[in-house]
Design a protein around this ligand. Structure first.
Ligand SMILES: NC(=O)c1ccc[n+]([C@@H]2O[C@H](COP(=O)([O-])OP(=O)(O)OC[C@H]3O[C@@H](n4cnc5c(N)ncnc54)[C@H](O)[C@@H]3O)[C@@H](O)[C@H]2O)c1
Length: 426
């Protein structure tokens, strides 16, 4: 029998239903709920529960599921238990929803970034295996607490980093290992500015575009580099104007993090520059996403948005398409996206939970195959250091380790010298 799964959050990434209508994005049928419905039809998932804050939204979500999923793909059942009740508004409903799950079930957290910690911690304490969409949490301290709680309860705590299952990104990770010391990476990722309507409730307050998008390529770099190097300092810069003037949102339009890395054995230094923006114009893709990597003995680059596959239709015009992430196009009336990396990312979690529950594996066995909390501390340290740098007039922030060659960041700090400069500037 499959695993019971509770999803907390019912927004764009789960349902594709935003502000009472299908999202105006590349995910109008959503990702997580659709994948879970298909996994249930394959016997890998048993009960599916969805928890939001506003029970009144579920009538619209059910209509949306019927239109975008049930009527499009033969044999997919879109039923789910829902929390809170139909007429209730309750931001704490996730607590009741988690209490109703059997220990050992899976909880997938897909709410705004600043709510991940509380919800994930509640689920872990109740003995659930947890998958949190990126970014796991906003601070190193919260990340360390989740690792500790996961160890105490012996449950899996992982991040949904779907790019790790992209065949090109995972090949790049393996190839880069033979390119010697890490020297340089630059990554760019963007969303069209229309997404600021979707994310208006939390953009700039609960999180920013660096946490939202830079998290992808920072995780990729940490995964590529493994134990060979570690980040030691971060400086951030922002561009502003469009979010404020066009959308009335006090947030950065674009954020660049510059990260100093240190190769462990040689002591050689490397640089990573990660830029994320949510003011992109409408173009041939929903999201631009690309990176360049250079080691001492080789380089790599991938334009993930342009796979050499384009289309043009009378209604939609010209577009570059990427069915490798989510393949929504049915095949002979059935959902056929099981091989896509957005799907694989959820399936691997449900498979891991099943094998832990069948006592065939331990949570730590997945440290090499999933983005587990235990192996992603550097990503959170970089994101938090970037945020601190931005809030401190772009001063550098150090990532400190307790031991000479440790890979586990302990704390991030503005150095005393920098603090003096900050005081002098004010
Ligand atoms: N949209 C994407 O393509 C995408 C992809 C990967 C990861 N993510 C991540 O998913 C998370 C959510 O993003 P989204 O795009 O779905 O945003 P969204 O704004 O569309 O949805 C957020 C949802 O969370 C719900 N929510 C907020 N507080 C809650 C609570 N206390 N209990 C239950 N539900 C609550 C809101 O009601 C809303 O439905 C973010 O962390 C984001 O980084 C999004």
């Amino acid at each position: 029998m499959g695993t019971d799964i509770l999803v907390v959050g019912t927004g764009e990434y789960v349902t594709g239903f935003v502000h009472g209508a299908a999202a105006n994005s590349d995910k109008s049928a959503g990702v997580i709920a659709l994948v879970l419905f298909d996994l249930r039809s394959r016997g890998k998932v048993h009960q599916i529960s969805l928890c939001g804050r506003d029970g009144k939204r579920f009538a619209g979500i059910r209509r949306h599921f019927n239109e975008k999923i049930a009527s499009r793909y033969k044999g997919i059942d879109v039923s789910a238990n829902t929390f809170p009740d139909a007429h209730d508004y309750n931001p704490q409903a996730y607590k009741t929803a988690i209490e109703k799950m059997k220990p050992g079930s899976g909880v997938i957290v897909v709410t705004p970034d600043d709510t991940h910690f509380e919800i994930a911690m509640t689920a872990i304490r109740q003995g659930m295996h947890v998958l949190v969409v990126k970014p796991l949490v906003k601070t190193l301290e919260e990340h360390q607490k989740l690792i500790e709680a996961g160890k105490q309860k012996n449950v899996l705590v992982a991040i949904e980093m779907h790019k790790r299952f992209d065949p090109m990104y995972s090949d790049a990770r393996d190839r880069a290992r033979s390119y010697g010391d890490f020297s340089y990476m630059s990554s760019y990722m963007s969303q069209p500015r229309s997404q600021l309507n979707t994310f208006g409730k939390w953009a700039g307050q609960g999180s920013d575009i660096s946490y939202y998008l830079n998290s992808h390529h920072i995780d990729l770099l940490e995964w590529m580099i493994g134990a060979r190097a570690r980040p030691i300092q971060v400086t951030a810069l922002a561009a502003t104007g469009v979010a404020k003037t066009e959308f009335g949102i006090e947030t950065e339009d674009t954020i660049t993090l510059t990260v100093q890395w240190e190769n462990i054995e040689s002591g050689n230094l490397g640089i990573a520059i990660h830029t994320a923006s949510w003011i992109a114009p409408k173009s041939d893709v929903h999201s631009q996403q690309r990176f360049f990597y250079m080691g001492h003995n080789g380089e790599l680059q991938i334009d993930q948005a342009h796979r050499g596959y384009t289309t043009a239709t009378v209604s939609g015009g010209y577009a570059s398409i990427n069915p490798l992430f989510m393949k929504y196009e049915p095949c002979d009336g059935k959902f056929a996206g099981q091989g896509a990396y957005g799907y694989q990312s959820i399936e691997r979690f449900t498979d891991a939970v099943a094998s832990i529950n069948q006592r065939k594996a331990e949570p730590k066995d997945f440290d090499n195959t999933l983005a587990t909390a235990a192996r992603t501390l550097q990503t959170t340290a970089i994101l938090e250091a970037g945020c601190l740098s931005l809030n401190s007039g772009s001063l550098p922030v150090e990532i400190n380790y307790s031991a000479g060659q440790s890979l586990r960041p302990e704390i991030i700090i503005l150095t005393a010298q920098d603090l003096n400069k900050a005081v002098a500037l004010t």
